[in-house]
Design a binder for this molecule. Structure first.
Ligand SMILES: Cc1cc2nc3c(=O)[nH]c(=O)nc-3n(C[C@H](O)[C@H](O)[C@H](O)COP(=O)(O)OP(=O)(O)OC[C@H]3O[C@@H](n4cnc5c(N)ncnc54)[C@H](O)[C@@H]3O)c2cc1C
Length: 503
């Protein structure tokens, strides 16, 4: 995709990385202001091969439907706080709306290549968790976003929803909720589709095999050094605005930029691994994403799930993620020196405090890193008691680099969220952290545009273009939902994405 001229001379915008975040920001900016010149640089030979690649994440369209980690707290009166689930639902709606408008305007086609309806289930065992799920369901169902959520403690019904969950399961209380409108997404495919569109636009270039190695502030914006992977030649260019969407590579790049906003920031990589089912007869019997309750000291993003996926055009069944210990920040093109190389005088204290304050997490990573296939099967049996080792193999998943920062002058904490870091004059933005991740890419792109390109939204034409991409972009979806003014927008987007039939 690099073409014969991989470098635009002094573009308005340089986007580093070709993952889901960069692809969506690039497409959104170009549609908002077609006159913008825009250069994407990707270090690897192919686009979107890191965290956004289908095999390197769980492909869950996170909408709060099944992930118990968004609703962990019970109030004193036993009710469950569902505010976080409502928030993530609204953020994923933005993503679906953007995809639907990208379809309508011809940027992408064939939504079945990247998004499919897959029911989202939460599944728990033991009386305490059954009571929790019942209370969660009551709170969720009261909100219009989750009105269609079903709850059951009946083994027969749960077996109809997902037969593997009950097969061979000993007696004891179990419960599940189900929402049919869940999705499975291949974030790598949709990223490549959007980048292919971007590469066809005037004054745009998407160049693979080009690693950004240095960022230096200048009066007009940023001086950017780019190394050609094939020839090793350095190219120097400049842009008024830079987006660092380099995933695990973002922190080292931000450190070269030396902006004060990144002082004290660190990164902590956690690798992912999946059990993949090799037996087509078992794969065919499961059609759901099933998220369970937290296990031991597992961090929220490592709570395992049993997932129907469609990858490379084939239905498959993945269980995980299991965490693995790594010092690499990128899965394919990372190096073991990434973590030690990111340590600076200004973040070493934070990193040390992290170690001391998160002993449970460290113990958990050591336990995960040393476990055998039989240990992993034991965890799988919590979901699928009749699973046999011969049907499963271990495959590598992606790497999440959790953002670490000082909070309110306090000791550092590991952030499971996503952080957009922007410098004072708003000429550079970077994305750190990995959760909830790809599902909220449009929400993040919108945040970057609102903060760094407010002039593009200051005109009636800019607002019209943005409204065409994301209906109600400047309105609070949760408030619209409460006023029952929202579902029609969703229905239209879902029809376009072939998630519900056209009536
Ligand atoms: C195990 C696991 C499960 C997950 N499950 C889900 C899920 O179910 N749902 C969900 O929504 N999210 C999930 N996520 C999170 C999601 O995958 C990420 O948040 C998202 O893919 C990040 O996209 P990105 O564009 O920021 O980074 P990436 O996709 O990693 O892209 C960054 C790109 O930048 C390139 N790059 C790096 N350094 C440079 C450089 N110096 N110059 C040029 N290019 C560079 C890289 O090669 C890469 O292509 C999961 C993540 C993991 C690890």
């Amino acid at each position: 995709m690099s073409g014969s001229a991989p470098h635009l001379p002094a573009p308005d915008v340089i986007i580093i990385g070709s993952g889901v975040m960069s692809a969506h920001l690039g497409a959104l900016l170009k549609r908002l202001e077609p006159a913008l010149s825009l250069q994407v640089y990707e270090a690897t030979a192919q686009l979107a091969q890191e965290s956004s690649h289908g095999w390197n994440n769980a492909g869950t369209g996170h909408a709060g439907l099944c992930e118990l980690s968004y609703t962990p707290d019970r109030n004193a009166d036993g009710t469950v706080d569902v505010a976080n689930a409502i928030k993530i639902f609204a953020q994923f709606e933005r993503t679906k709306q953007f995809w639907a408008s990208a379809m309508a305007q011809g940027l992408i086609e064939n939504p079945r290549d990247f998004i499919r309806p897959v029911p989202h289930l939460s599944f728990v065992h033991g009386q305490t968790m059954v009571d929790f799920l019942r209370a969660r369901h009551a709170a969720m169902q009261a909100h219009p976003f989750f009105a269609a959520m079903q709850f059951s403690t009946d083994r027969g019904e749960i077996a109809r929803w997902a037969p593997l969950l009950t097969e061979g399961r000993p007696e004891g209380p179990i419960a599940a909720t189900k929402v049919d409108a869940g999705t499975d997404v291949d974030f790598g495919v949709v990223s490549r589709k959007l980048l292919a569109w971007l590469a066809r636009q005037p004054a745009c270039a998407v160049s693979a095999g080009q690693r950004v190695t240095d960022l230096k502030k200048s009066t007009a914006g940023w001086e950017v050094a780019v190394k050609d992977a094939a020839t090793g030649k350095l190219h120097h260019t400049r842009a008024k605005f830079v987006f660092v969407g380099a995933g695990g590579g973002s922190l080292p790049l931000l450190q070269t930029a030396g902006i004060p906003e990144c002082r004290g920031l660190g990164g902590f990589p956690i690798g992912g691994q999946w059990l993949a089912c090799d037996n087509p007869a078992i794969v065919a019997r499961h059609q759901a994403k099933v998220y369970g309750q937290p296990l031991d000291a597992a961090p929220t993003m490592a709570v395992p799930h049993l997932d129907t996926r469609v990858l490379d055009g084939q239905k498959t069944l993945l269980f995980g993620p299991f965490a693995s210990w790594t010092t690499k920040f990128l899965h394919g093109s990372g190096h073991w020196t990434d973590l030690p190389g990111s340590i600076r005088l200004h973040n070493v204290a934070t990193l040390l405090k992290i170690g001391l304050k998160n002993l449970d997490l460290i113990r958990y990573l050591v336990q995960q890193g040393t476990q055998s296939m039989a240990d992993r099967l034991k965890v799988l049996h919590v979901f699928y008691p009749a699973a046999k080792q011969a049907d499963w193999k271990l495959v590598d998943g992606g790497i999440r680099v959790q953002a670490i920062k000082q909070t309110d002058g306090e000791a550092g904490i590991v952030h499971y969220g996503t952080e957009v870091i922007t410098n004072e004059d708003r000429t550079i933005s970077a994305l750190l952290g990995a959760s909830p991740g790809a599902s909220v890419c449009v929400h993040i792109a919108l945040e970057v545009v609102q903060k760094c390109f407010p002039h593009l939204l200051a005109t009636a034409e800019g607002q019209r273009r943005m409204e065409a991409m994301i209906p109600g972009y400047d309105r609070d979806l949760t408030a619209l939902a409460a006023a029952r003014d929202y579902p029609p927008v969703t229905a239209l987007a879902e029809q376009r994405l072939q998630l519900r039939p056209v009536v």
